[in-house]
Design a protein around this ligand. Structure first.
Ligand code: PEP
Ligand code: MG
Length: 552
């Protein structure tokens, strides 16, 4: 492509931030070669059954190995995706359906996989919840793996991807993303894929700039065309002019310079211009995260999501298992405050060992503490593990999805009883997540039961705007930096001025909003490990305008 080609700008949704440039590598399909539908005679049916069983066993081993690798190298939560794929591949009803397809239609195992998986994928796509729809990607991924195993294909379609390119594809499946982890590409552009999809999660964890929902990307982009990718704003410029390249490179340099400066000062406390020191903690998922957070100057862990230890488990984990998992994940933060949030599981993120909760509106149903109140044994098991952890770590407990004072009172009672049983004193401090407008406006009633409050701005926005946080179709309604959210925080602070307030939702990691958060009385921010230095720098440039509360 020559410099004379027309400059073109496409706008999409930023999925994983960052700035990058490179030549476009267009990939029309990542599906790999597909064997043609193949009839088999009656006598071949048994052989197809055996081929199918062998392929399933082989991909199961691969998936478990992949899960272990991802857990070590990337993230525990993400390794759960491959454990789930392994469970999907071995689902008895899926196996039954595949065998029926072979036997009744006298077709090869490969052809049966294509038909049956397409059927399942469509079922998921028709479901209402975005989480269920994202499952169609998972089905697709498992299908490709199985068909490739049946066809003896071991080469991944991205095997020949050039170093440093900008990959343009229709959609990205979880295993494609892991594959990309070992290739040094500059950025990914997608036609489809929500911010909450597994692929998006991978891209963010790997720090790979990624923009999604770029309209007509595959028909617009051309192979080899130069592209400037601004995944901070969701803009991609094809065939940029020299001047546009210069401006972009200057932006990259500025960003790198300010990041390097912030990294150098990471260990220094974050004190505002008017002398108030703000705690910057980190949201962590795995052992690597905690190490990275501490190196980046985090004062401790502000959010450990307990569900990480549960996802992918077929049986409920016991106290010892949970304790070991938390010890390993939080190891680098020993001696510093660590906030463990109790299990925040909802009806649309079911645990395999809890009976299916048929609810027409799962995010307004039994989620977080509501579910724990219905399953007190589940609450006790992990609370016991958290209490055991508090013998070795400076633990605080956080209750998710609080709406009523009883939601925290129940946990306090349980904590007190278990503490006496285990002879633990003092008990960890207790906090409530403020994720519903009702909780934000009832701080006075929550206050007698808790020691601190932490705003989960992701859910607070979802519930304030009645906009599903995972549904890209209502994205324009989801504005977590809106006045509405700040006013809710301000009201909480005015109602309980002495109460330590923190923010652990995504909003805390956006430097441009930090001055306003501080003015709403927030004195603790918990952000992704990589963001800690920049957030501390933003605090240093801000003014609180008020004295810190006494208990902060
Ligand atoms: C939030 O809702 O802002 C939050 C931090 O919790 P999660 O994202 O885990 O729901
Ligand atoms: Mg939440």
């Amino acid at each position: 492509m020559t410099d004379k080609a027309q400059t073109l700008i496409l706008e999409g949704i930023p999925v994983s931030p960052g700035l990058a440039e490179g030549a476009i590598h267009l990939q029309h399909t990542l599906l790999g070669p597909i064997d043609t539908p193949e009839p088999v005679g009656q006598g071949g049916v048994e052989e197809e059954f055996s081929r199918l069983d062998a392929a399933t066993a082989s991909i199961s081993n691969d998936l478990l190995a992949l899960a272990t690798r991802v857990e070590k190298e990337i993230d525990t939560r993400l390794s759960g995706v491959f454990e789930a794929h392994q469970l999907m591949a071995n689902d008895p009803s899926l196996r039954e359906e595949l065998r029926r397809e072979i036997a009744e239609n006298l077709i090869s195992a490969g052809s049966a996989v294509k038909t049956v998986f397409l059927r399942w994928e469509k079922r998921f796509l028709l479901m209402e919840s975005q989480i269920a729809r994202d499952k169609s990607d998972d089905m697709h991924d498992v299908a490709i793996r199985l068909r490739n195993a049946l066809a003896g294909i071991t080469v991944h379609p991205l095997d020949r991807i050039p170093h440093g390119c900008v990959l343009a594809v229709s959609r990205l499946l979880p295993s494609d993303t892991v594959f990309l982890a070992s290739r040094s590409i500059a950025a990914v552009l997608l036609e489809h894929g929500s911010v909450a999809s597994h692929a998006a999660l991978f891209a963010r964890e790997m720090g790979l700039p990624c923009i999604s929902k770029l309209p007509n990307l595959l028909s617009t982009a051309s192979n080899g065309a130069w592209a400037l990718v601004d995944a901070d704003t969701g803009t991609v410029t094809f065939h940029p002019r020299e001047q546009q390249k210069e401006i972009f490179r200057k932006k990259v340099e500025d960003k790198e310079r300010s990041y390097a400066y912030a990294r150098e000062r990471a260990a220094i406390p974050a004190t505002t211009k008017d002398g108030i020191t703000v705690s910057v903690l980190a949201n962590v998922c795995c052992n690597e995260d905690t190490k990275k957070a501490m190196l980046n100057g985090a004062k401790g862990v502000g959010l450990y999501r307990m569900e990480q230890a549960y996802l992918g488990c077929v049986m409920p984990p016991g106290t010892d298992e949970l304790l070991n998992e938390m010890r390993w994940t939080l190891e680098a933060a020993k001696g510093r405050p660590v906030i463990v949030r109790l299990l925040d599981i909802g009806a649309d993120k079911p645990l395999p060992f809890i009976r299916f909760l048929a609810e027409s509106n799962p995010s307004l149903g039994r989620r977080g503490i509501r579910l724990l109140r219905e399953y007190p044994e589940l609450l006790k098991t992990h609370l016991r593990a958290v209490l055991e952890l508090s013998r070795e770590f400076d633990v605080r407990v956080l209750v998710p999805m609080v709406t009523l004072p009883e939601d925290v009172a129940v946990v306090k009672k349980c904590l007190t009883e278990l503490g006496a049983e285990l002879d633990i004193s003092p008990l960890p401090r207790l906090g409530a997540m403020i994720e519903t407008p009702a909780a934000a406006l009832s701080a006075r009633k929550l206050a007698p039961h808790v020691d601190f409050l932490s705003f989960g701005t992701n859910d607070l926005t979802q519930y304030a705007f009645a906009a599903d946080r995972e549904n890209a179709a209502v994205e324009q309604y989801f504005d977590d930096a809106s006045d509405v959210i700040f006013r809710l925080m301000q009201a909480t602070h005015e109602d309980v001025p002495e109460m330590p307030l923190s923010v652990c939702g995504e909003l805390a990691g956006r430097p441009e909003h930090i001055p306003r958060l501080l003015q709403c009385g927030i004195r603790t921010l918990s952000v992704a490990p990589a963001l800690v230095p920049m957030v501390k720098e933003a605090i240093r440039k801000s003014t609180c305008g008020k004295p810190a509360n006494k208990r902060g």
